[in-house]
Design a binder for this molecule. Sequence first.
Ligand SMILES: CC(C)(COP(=O)(O)OP(=O)(O)OC[C@H]1O[C@@H](n2cnc3c(N)ncnc32)[C@H](O)[C@@H]1OP(=O)(O)O)[C@@H](O)C(=O)NCCC(=O)NCCS
Length: 185
Amino acid sequence: VRLLPDRPLGDGVIVLRPWRVEDAAWYAATAAGDGEIQRWTSEPADLDASAVAGAIERMHASGAHAGLAIADAATGALLGNAGLSRDAGDPLLGHVSYWLADHARGGGVATRAVRLLAGWAWQCGMRRVELYTHPDNVASQRVAERAGFRRDRIARRVVRGQPWDAVFYAVDCPTSIRCPSGSRM
Ligand SMILES: CC(C)(COP(=O)(O)OP(=O)(O)OC[C@H]1O[C@@H](n2cnc3c(N)ncnc32)[C@H](O)[C@@H]1OP(=O)(O)O)[C@@H](O)C(=O)NCCC(=O)NCCS
């Protein structure tokens, strides 16, 4: 049931580890203060550290959502945010989301993070992972494609009050790693 990993997920270049309450000020300042994150994600413009800290505490208590800091594997420096949640109606379906701080963009970090998240989803018993982007968010669509997702459909989403013709990407669990018992479900 818990999606929050007990140990960091890593690939030698980055690690994904659960957000901690002491990261809340960094998260709030980055998410609310960056024009690209405000343009392309659902992060509220008035996000503050106490709201983030509360969300992190609730996440640790329930474990039902994996809200993970993307950090440099060598230094631990914070680079961005990566999230995995289970679909409310379909336990085999996961949803991922991500953003990077401005200084961390352009180096393939988001692609690494999305690959790690998908691998974690398979370990958690999911069979398909989806993400969606604004139709004009070309960088994010490239990330999805480089991480092995395929363009699936266009569907209306309302993000912070704005209607989007959101572009959905999907990837299926490779048959080679499917576990018949769906171990962590
Ligand atoms: C989207 C985001 C996570 C991508 O981060 P990244 O790992 O640094 O990705 P890159 O900068 O390497 O770009 C990925 C690809 O998009 C291309 N790209 C980047 N910016 C672009 C732009 N403005 N227009 C067109 N292509 C662009 C890059 O050339 C690269 O293409 P390549 O695979 O052919 O080399 C990052 O830009 C970000 O945090 N943006 C704000 C938040 C956001 O959009 N989150 C995703 C919401 S769905």
